[in-house]
Design a protein around this ligand. Structure first.
Ligand SMILES: Nc1ncnc2c1ncn2[C@@H]1O[C@H](COP(=O)(O)OP(=O)(O)O)[C@@H](O)[C@H]1O
Ligand SMILES: [Mg+2]
Length: 590
């Protein structure tokens, strides 16, 4: 469904009730909003009534005391109106922000618990939009949509009622102008809607163009693309400008037109008011006519904006619908296990495990192997053979289709998910660092790990010297995704992160790829230290690093084709032996 179709949909009361359900924790704020809305509307129509009184009675009677009282009352009414309007605005916004604070919290928690399959299928950009922009829109239901509409309608009804009571004939004349304003507003809104679709498209273009050029700045500069990119940018920039100017143009037409209808209204009221006055020979009408000017403003002004506010309300509802869709998604790994083991001994067993990321596309076709506690297991095989998939299954990022996986003889589903994962540390080829200090990236804000622990661990695996050379050592802020560090340096930090968590099981997934020889030696030393006394699974391309493993598993197309020690496998003269010869030869030649 397109955005516009979604907005065009009939008002969804069930959804609306659900959104308001989130306000029930803030009843006192809600009540304040409603009361101040009602009072501010009441006070708004009170001003014209006093104006009428002053002109007709107090001024005419030249009664200073009456006049003074009336002016004082008017002053308090105006003050009251200001206060209630202020309260209304403040508390309506407060309510909106409170609701979305709770909602955002819920959404974030929900997202953090989603299983990998969910993220495989969802775009990061869209999820970010849900948590940020859509939330803001939901807040606007409260701050700019619903209550403002209700308050405006209240004001309009009150103004219309006061007009009818003051002078019903003049009131009907004013009401006759309403359709003109309504039609003009409707036409304007339609034109603006179309114009804004264009604006949004141009903004999106501009965004993605700039973002992409900055992300790919090296390519832009290396290939001397600056001039060409500038020309392309000029084009997009101009389109963006034109789209905006269109909305400015519509605004420039609409507001004078609306003002003219207002003036015509004033003219008509004066004309007929005077005629009426002559006919009835009463001179109470001057005050009424002036009061009508105020009342007309109260009636017309909200009318011009009410469609906008309905739009805001609808946009908020569309956003709420999207957010609720995520909140209603049940897509997490079932966490019904009860076993909590602070530190497993680390024996691992895969028994006839079958698995596919998507239905009917099996990736692992019956994998069986076991590792004794403390052993080092290596997995080798071509890219896409299914090595990383085995790791994804061991820490339950995905659920297996059949077979079983156990640690220390206990099925991994019987573990509490948190307990299972705290026992396994993984170092991936592509290290992710948060925009935070090195120390926080290592401890991941686990309070039980002190800076001394980190330093001690760093010394043990031989990376303390490297971290000390950074500008502020462990407090060095690596910025977004750690781009200030080389991939080898990031790798070392990831090793330390795994090491300080002191896991029963350690997994290195191609952790030594894409590093220089110097870093590789550091990593090799770190690996030796870190795999000591714990079960380790090492996935590696370079067979030199796996030679010492207690067991080497050779995989091909989702199956284990060979298994044994380096020597045994060489003797077998099969897949592994071929792989080894080829690599050996390559290195000899190099
Ligand atoms: N998240 C995923 N969604 C769908 N298919 C995937 C996903 N991850 C990996 N695969 C597929 O599973 C197969 C095994 O991948 P993987 O275990 O990553 O291989 P390896 O680590 O041995 O290079 C490949 O065919 C790959 O395309
Ligand atoms: Mg892999």
């Amino acid at each position: 469904m397109s955005k516009e179709q979604e907005i065009g949909k009939a008002f969804d009361f069930k959804l609306f009730r659900r959104v308001f359900g989130f306000a029930k924790n803030y009843i006192s704020i809600l009540v304040t909003v409603v009361l101040s809305g009602i009072l501010s509307a009441a006070f708004a129509v009170f001003t014209p009534i006093i104006v009428q009184y002053i002109i007709n009675k107090a001024l005419d009677a030249r009664n200073d005391e009456q006049l003074l009282t009336a002016i004082l009352v008017m002053g308090s009414v105006l003050l009251g109106q200001v206060i209630f309007q202020l309260m209304f605005n403040y508390f309506a916004n407060l309510l909106g922000e409170s609701v979305i604070k709770d909602l955002r919290m819920r959404l974030f928690q929900k997202m953090m618990a989603f299983k990998m399959t969910y993220f495989d299928k969802s775009s990061i950009g869209l999820l970010v939009t849900r948590a940020v922009a859509d939330m803001q829109r939901i807040g606007e239901i409260f701050s700019q949509g619903f209550f403002v509409i209700v308050a405006d309608v209240l004001k309009m009804v009150a103004a219309a009622g006061v007009m009818l009571v003051m002078n019903w004939r003049l009131a009907l004349i004013v009401f006759a102008i309403l359709p003109v304003i309504l039609v003009a507003t409707r036409l304007f809104q339609r034109a603006m809607k179309v114009a804004f679709i264009d604006v949004r498209a141009q903004v999106a273009n501009l965004n993605s163009f700039v973002q992409e050029r900055i992300a790919g700045i090296k390519i832009v500069q290396l290939f001397n693309r600056e001039v060409i990119e500038k020309e392309k940018f000029r084009e997009i920039n101009e389109k963006h400008q034109n789209a905006w100017l269109k909305t400015v143009w519509y605004n420039s037409i609409f507001f004078p037109v609306a003002e003219i209808s207002n003036s015509i209204g004033i003219g008509l009221v004066v004309y007929f008011g005077v005629i009426q006055q002559i006919e009835t020979m009463q001179d109470t009408n001057v005050g009424t006519i002036v009061a009508f000017f105020f009342l007309m403003e109260l009636l017309f002004r909200p009318l011009r904006q009410i469609a906008d506010k309905f739009n805001t309300l609808q946009m908020g509802m569309v956003a709420a619908n999207r957010v609720f869709m995520i909140l209603d998604t049940d897509s997490h790994i079932s966490d019904t296990g009860t076993r909590e083991i602070p530190k497993v001994r680390g024996s691992i067993s895969f028994s006839n495990v079958r698995f596919g990321y998507v239905e009917n596309e099996e990736v692992l076709h019956g994998i069986s192997f076991s590792a004794n506690a403390g052993e080092t297991i290596a997995i080798v095989g071509a890219t896409g053979a299914g090595k990383s998939t085995i790791i994804n299954l061991l820490n339950r990022f995905y659920e297996i289709n059949s077979g079983s996986i156990s640690i220390d003889g206990i099925d991994i589903r019987e573990f509490k998910l948190a307990s299972l994962r705290s026992n396994i540390a993984v170092v991936l080829q592509d290290v992710f660092l948060f925009a935070d200090t090195i120390a926080n990236n290592i401890s991941l804000k686990d309070d039980s790990i002190s800076l001394e622990d980190i330093e001690e661990a760093a010394r043990q695996i031989g990376v303390h010297d490297f971290i000390s050379t950074l500008p502020s050592g462990y407090e060095y802020n690596v910025k977004e995704r750690g781009i200030m560090l080389s991939s080898g340096q990031r790798q070392l930090i990831a090793f330390l992160r795994a090491y300080v968590s002191n896991p029963g099981i350690l997994i290195l997934d191609e952790a030594t790829s894409s590093v220089d020889t110097y870093t590789e030696r550091l990593i090799q030393e770190a690996t030796n230290k870190i795999t000591e006394d714990r079960t380790s699974i090492i996935i590696a391309h370079r067979l030199a690093t796996v030679k010492k493993a207690d067991k080497i598993i050779v995989m091909d197309s989702g199956q284990i084709v060979e298994m044994g020690t380096h020597r045994e496998l060489l003797k077998k003269d099969g897949y592994y032996s071929d792989l080894y010869q080829a690599q050996f030869l390559q290195e000899e030649l190099a």
